[in-house]
Design a protein around this ligand. Structure first.
Ligand SMILES: [Cu+2]
Length: 172
């Protein structure tokens, strides 16, 4: 009996090992370029939409020496997932990486270039339905707003409009 258990235990370990090798071999790393096109005043994430699988990693690479960051919108990721925010990348070839485990849509942007439409989307496995997005709390919105105020004027009404629109689209 002990012998049987031992060999069963061994084969389970072998299966687990094979499975974990298969899983790690399948996980991919994808690159999003952070583009600063001064001639056309075009600051962008390329590609703006990236579809990956759970377990994959996304690495953002800053093309040139220009200050950018990567930050999720307060309600721009699936409920149950985590928001994310990179440090400011200012040197050429500076990178930020994140592994995505939870399925869904992650909408992000660059804080300094928010008004220039510098934004992107990562879809992990499948798109998040409207009712499945994280509902930002008042304190989360306040924290986000404080970060915006480091870059934009307090009287900029665009900010309020944008957040209100997002909440209304989700029936709040
Ligand atoms: Cu930027």
């Amino acid at each position: 009996m002990t012998g049987m258990l031992r060999s069963f235990g061994l084969s389970l370990a072998a299966v687990t090992l094979v499975l974990s090798i298969a899983t790690s071999a399948a996980a991919e790393t994808h690159v999003v370029r952070i583009v600063s096109d001064y001639e056309n005043l075009h600051f962008a994430f390329e590609p703006p939409l990236l579809v990956v699988q759970p377990g994959d990693t996304v690495t953002w690479v800053n093309d040139v020496a220009e200050e950018h960051n990567v930050i999720t919108y307060p309600g721009g990721y699936p409920e149950g997932a985590e928001s994310f925010q990179s440090p400011y990348l200012s040197r050429a070839d500076e990178t930020f990486s994140r592994e995505f485990q939870i399925e869904g849509t992650y909408q992000y942007h660059c804080l300094p270039h928010l008004m220039m439409g510098m934004k992107g989307e990562i879809v992990v496995g499948r798109r998040t339905e409207l009712g499945e997005f994280h509902q930002p709390s008042r304190s989360e919105i306040a924290a986000y707003r404080n970060q915006l105020l480091e870059w934009f004027d307090e009287d900029d009404n665009l900010l309020q409009v944008r957040i209100t629109e997002k909440r209304e689209r989700r029936g709040h």
